[in-house]
Design a protein around this ligand. Structure first.
Ligand SMILES: Nc1ncnc2c1ncn2[C@@H]1O[C@H](COP(=O)(O)OP(=O)(O)OP(=O)(O)O)[C@@H](O)[C@H]1O
Ligand SMILES: [Mg+2]
Length: 427
């Protein structure tokens, strides 16, 4: 990103996955500009930065050099200057000499200069920004730089949670993960966070040879080879943790252990799905704060819709009051003939758009489940996943898929959803 673009960052950052709770990290800002200092101080009030230590100093590149002669440098140093000349770039080199390897640096300068921008980037500076730096730009730049630094650049964490038990969260999460791997060609990982309650091995046809706790212990011991042995490849692009043999009534892993596992997975897989149905609240909580997208699954029933409304509010509260990234999926539509709540009414009651409607189809879902087959191995299943779930996931995952003739037929005339609805009413 060039300096020219820096004021448009806020809109650019939206939906790009920067809306996540950032990992533990440290930032130091050296500036004499009151506006920059105020923007840096505001990071403390941004929920994403809850675990980031932000040091703000009324100073310049010389103060930074002095600090890091004595103390260890943070993950990110931001330095503002009023003059950009050879003396300043020499000072930057001196600063680099005192910084710990891996420290990223951003320079804020007085004017837009493409040649200077290139020179600084060549020197290893992460970004060059032109003042004034508003609070939202400061937050987006810092979030983006830290996300890149911890090696999860471009990786997406996608959670599925149910408004209540049995609404089909697991089967939709598995279907979406299969769809992303098979039809969008993305290297994908699927983790079921409910331990011994997991039914994933049935749905995806594998032997549950391990437990979440055993996997977490290998991650803690940094024993990557042992952890890799616990991974089952469902298809060429889809891997899962072959867990599920956990004791059902025993305590699960801690939120910290789950987060360590997610960090390891996100460094290796561009797309990581976590099924949160039936998992302990502490694990749901940590994934919800970090996920780039949260798919909330509900049925048409009043109880489920009511629970969804409360859950949407709680999820928003956990994510700084924003509904950014929350997707509402209505499952088992048409299960009770004539009882479906109109989509518009659901949206009004929930103050959230419905992102997808999945029809009740016992033959497709239970049929495949009983045969231990993936939904996507079935032509109707493929059509359903492509026309309902993948458009939702595609909002944050890159990759294209084509909806084939079967899907076109299902949606003929009035779009895919219309087609599915017609399929429903003909039952
Ligand atoms: N659209 C659908 N049409 C028909 N059956 C469905 C549909 N969606 C899910 N099911 C079936 O409903 C059952 C429950 O699904 P699933 O296990 O995915 O629910 P869950 O919400 O994850 O449950 P839990 O709360 O136990 O984790 C399964 O047998 C599944 O095949
Ligand atoms: Mg489940």
């Amino acid at each position: 990103m060039s300096a020219v673009e820096n004021q448009s960052l806020n809109s650019e950052g939206k939906g790009q996955g920067n809306s996540i709770l950032l990992p533990q990290a440290s930032i130091a800002v050296f500036s004499k500009d009151q506006e920059t200092l105020a923007s840096a101080r505001q990071l403390e009030t941004d929920w994403r930065f809850a675990r980031v230590v932000v040091g703000v100093e009324d100073g310049d590149v010389n103060s930074a050099i002095q600090s890091y002669q004595e103390f260890e440098s943070p993950d990110l140093v931001i330095v503002q200057t009023e003059t950009i000349d050879a003396a300043f770039t020499a000072k930057l080199e001196e600063l680099a000499g005192h910084c710990t390897e891996g420290t990223s640096a951003i320079v804020i300068g007085p004017e837009n200069d493409v040649n200077l921008y290139r020179k600084l980037i060549d020197m290893g500076i992460s970004d060059y920004l032109v003042k004034p730096i508003m609070a939202n730009v400061m937050a987006e730049i810092c979030a983006k730089t830290l996300i890149e630094k911890i090696g999860v650049k471009g990786s997406r964490l996608i959670a599925f949670i149910g408004a209540k038990g049995g609404v089909g969260t697991s089967v939709l999460c598995q279907s979406a993960a299969c769809g992303v791997a098979e039809f969008m060609g993305q290297k994908t990982f699927l983790l079921d966070a409910c331990g011994g309650w997991s039914t994933m091995s049935v749905g995806l046809g594998f032997e549950p040879v391990t437990t979440l706790l055993e996997a977490a212990k290998e991650i803690e011991a940094e024993n990557q080879d042992n952890f890799n042995r616990m991974i089952h490849k469902v298809t060429d692009k889809l891997s899962v943790l072959a867990s599920g043999s956990d004791v059902m009534l025993d305590q699960s892993i801690s939120a910290d252990q789950l987060e360590m596992m997610i960090d390891v997975l996100m460094a290796k897989y561009p797309v990581v799905f976590v099924d949160l149905s039936h998992s302990p609240q502490a694990l749901q909580n940590v994934v919800i704060t970090r996920a780039n997208q949260i798919n909330l699954v509900s049925t048409q029933g009043l109880v489920s819709l009511r629970q969804s409304r409360s859950l949407v509010q709680e999820i928003k509260d956990l994510r700084g009051g924003e509904d950014d990234g929350i997707e509402l999926i209505i499952n088992m539509s048409g299960m009770v003939s004539g009882q479906d709540v109109p989509r518009k009414d659901i949206e009004t009651a929930m103050d959230l758009n419905v992102s997808a409607v999945v029809p009740f189809d016992a033959k497709l879902f239970q049929g495949n489940e009983n045969a231990s087959r993936r939904i996507t191995s079935d032509k109707d299943g493929e059509t359903l996943v492509k026309s309902t779930l993948l458009p939702v996931v595609q909002k944050i995952v890159s990759g294209d898929f084509t909806v084939d003739n079967a899907a076109d037929k299902a949606g003929s005339g009035s779009g895919l959803l219309g087609g599915l609805m017609r399929k429903l009413s003909s039952k």
